[in-house]
Design a protein around this ligand. Structure first.
Ligand code: FEO
Ligand code: CA
Ligand code: CA
Length: 627
């Protein structure tokens, strides 16, 4: 257990909501694995071999090999590992100035609020490339800060001054940065008119059904329509009309109350808001983060934020129609009938998978505000037989108003009995099939205790393992190829595990072997060849259940054959998150978040340097296309 100042979300939650003592492991899985997969069944596993369906032999080479690289081994080195014939260059690091009036990172002071305001934020996450008037714009989330690193100049690694707190606050948000290729490398265009930091202090509009509702009004904003800032932006998305979607995830950890005994409402408790913050201390510099003084302020966070990178003066819009929860990413699909469908996960143990379907259809010149404001939210209900349905979160079904559904979305989904999931992370749609994938990263509470709303979490269906340490990737096919249909079929693309340690369900599915094993799938994205890229945010102890898995990594999976290969391994104590490509597909931008979060990394600069989250540009040494 780390000390108090380095509590992760999981650890903090465990301290506040301890789980019951051990219960038996060993229900399972058989049901989920006893069906044939969509394509010949990649989901059977060694320990349950009698289960029907053809399966890939462990470690089998795919018949038609679409991987243009040789797999790399697991690694515990403090460096980026890529396959032979590839290289990785650092593009931009936390605290690198984006304007010429900024100051270079100071290894001793680790910067100030003023330097951070003109520099790249911390902990890079979801990102997307946009092209505008011949320019390349990269938009990227800066999810949160490593407090013990940004305040590592302070005796206890904690903020000592208001400026320290403000520095941390301004390291959050979203960065827009223009990139240019100098013939050899991509580089940040210092002073580009498109460069922009969007922070927890940037004015934003609240739009959609919740805008203006009483629950959204505060002393500072009696209209309930204008708010300031976005923070804890995890995954991303792009709309068909070329805007960026930043998804607010663990927004709750930034609220607190001077009186630690202050009790929040049941509705705020469902989202984990409490009187004690996670160590950011924002209420110290801004009263709106004091939940005793401003109990409606947390209702104004937890949304998907739409940002137009082509207009550096545009006001970001919080899209309440897409619901309020711990948003991971937002995967937009234009349905065959032209309606906009957005798939979204709520990343908390035992929370739900969602879908939004617009009322209107997307076409050139259409009012895109309307598409993001008027539609229906759904939550997924899976059964054990490989079928599922989308439950419409309507006023009739929930007994809640449309605005309440958009603010207390978890409560609406609980009322309808949606399936509690093993922490839904990124969702991505296969460009070559009517098929959608979601990473379910892990869930130590599966089969052990209910979710925050009291909903049961039985080990069944797409969440088949108790105390799920390793995670899995579920995929579904909408009925008739219609993403607005009520029904779908599902199977598991992979059940992660460790076949060198376990011979039961924890060995993983047949497409997991000693050479490609991993835990905690998180980021997902398809490339132009139809390969599924998988990024991990898991345990990097390389011991016990995780022996042989090394540092966090990025792999590619073939959705047709089920084969999975490891492509990249990150430095120590980092997560690999965020993935996009240059327009010519010759560069893959990959995010490296929180290197050295427990004190054992000096990546990327080496020596005794402060570890810094950074984006890397991965290319082929021969300059070829990379996906
Ligand atoms: Fe920010 Fe769910 O990862
Ligand atoms: Ca994530
Ligand atoms: Ca994660």
């Amino acid at each position: 257990m780390k000390n108090d100042r380095t509590l992760t979300f999981d650890e903090f939650d465990e301290a506040v909501n301890p789980r019951p003592e051990d219960c038996d492991f060993d229900q399972v899985v058989e049901e989920a694995l006893s069906r044939r997969g969509f394509l010949g069944g990649v989901l059977a596993m060694g320990g349950f071999a009698a289960l029907g369906g053809a399966v890939l032999p462990r470690g089998a080479e795919a018949a038609s090999n679409r991987f243009a690289f040789e797999a790399v081994a697991a690694s515990t080195a403090d460096e980026i590992v890529v396959p032979k014939g590839f290289k990785a260059d650092v593009l931009v690091r936390w605290a690198d100035p984006l304007w010429s009036d900024g100051v270079a990172f100071d290894q001793v002071t680790r910067g100030t609020a003023a330097s951070q305001a003109r520099a790249f934020g911390d902990n890079t996450d979801g990102m997307e490339v946009f092209h505008h008037e011949g320019r390349t714009l990269l938009v990227v989330n800066n999810e949160y800060t490593n407090r013990e690193i940004i305040w590592g100049n302070r005796a206890e690694g904690k903020a000592e001054t208001d400026d320290d707190v403000e520095k941390g606050l301004l390291a959050h948000g979203v960065t827009v940065v223009e990139l240019a290729h100098d013939g050899a490398h991509w580089q940040v265009v210092t002073d580009s008119p498109y460069n922009r930091r969007i922070t927890p202090r940037t004015e934003m509009a609240l739009t959609g059904p919740a805008a203006g509702h009483d629950l959204m009004k505060t002393a500072a904003d009696p209209t309930g329509t204008v708010t300031f800032g976005t923070w804890n932006n995890c995954g991303s998305g792009t709309t068909p009309w070329g805007t960026y979607l930043a998804c607010e995830e663990n927004f709750n950890g930034y609220f607190s109350a001077a009186d630690e005994a202050h009790e929040v409402s049941a509705e705020l408790n469902r989202y984990g808001v409490s009187a004690k913050d996670w160590g950011y201390g924002w209420a110290r510099v801004d009263d709106r983060f004091d939940v005793a003084k401003n109990p409606n302020e947390p209702n104004r966070a937890g949304y998907v934020v739409e940002i137009d990178p082509r207009d550096p003066n545009s006001t970001p819009k919080k899209r309440t129609a897409l619901g309020r929860f711990k948003h991971e990413n937002a995967e937009c699909v234009v349905n065959r009938d032209g309606r906009l469908v957005i798939y979204m996960g709520d990343d908390e143990r035992g929370e739900f998978l969602y879908r939004y379907v617009s009322n209107g259809v997307y076409a050139a010149g259409v009012d895109t505000d309307e598409l993001m404001e008027n539609g229906t939210l759904y939550a997924a209900k899976f059964d054990a037989s490989g079928k599922g349905i989308w439950l419409a979160l309507t006023p009739e079904a929930t007994g809640m108003s449309q605005a309440e559904i958009c603010i207390h979305t978890r409560i609406a989904a609980s009322k309808l009995g949606a399936t509690t999931m093993d922490r839904p992370e990124w969702v991505t749609a296969n460009p070559n099939a009517d098929e959608v994938y979601c990473a379910l990263t892990n869930n130590k509470n599966r089969g052990v205790k209910p979710n925050r709303g009291g909903d049961d979490t039985p080990a069944e269906g797409p969440n088949p393992r108790e105390k799920n340490n390793y995670g899995q990737i579920v995929r579904w096919r909408p009925e008739g190829g219609d993403h607005s249909a009520e029904g779908f079929d599902w199977d598991l693309f992979v059940l992660a595990g460790n076949p060198t340690v376990h011979s039961d369900a924890n060995a993983g599915s047949e497409n997991v072997n000693a050479g490609n094993m991993f835990n905690s799938p998180d980021g997902l994205a398809f490339d132009s060849n139809g390969l599924l890229w998988i990024q991990t945010d898991g345990k990097y102890s390389n011991e016990g259940d995780f022996a042989g898995q090394g540092n966090n990594q990025m792999l590619a999976g073939d959705p047709v054959t089920g084969e999975i290969r490891r492509f990249l391994v990150g430095p120590r104590e980092a997560e690999i998150t965020g993935l996009c490509w240059s327009g010519d597909r010759r560069t893959m931008f990959v995010g490296v978040q929180h290197p050295g979060e427990e004190g054992d990394s000096h990546w990327p600069d080496g020596g005794d340097s402060v570890p810094r989250s950074a984006i890397i540009a991965v290319t082929r040494e021969d300059g070829g296309v990379i996906g």
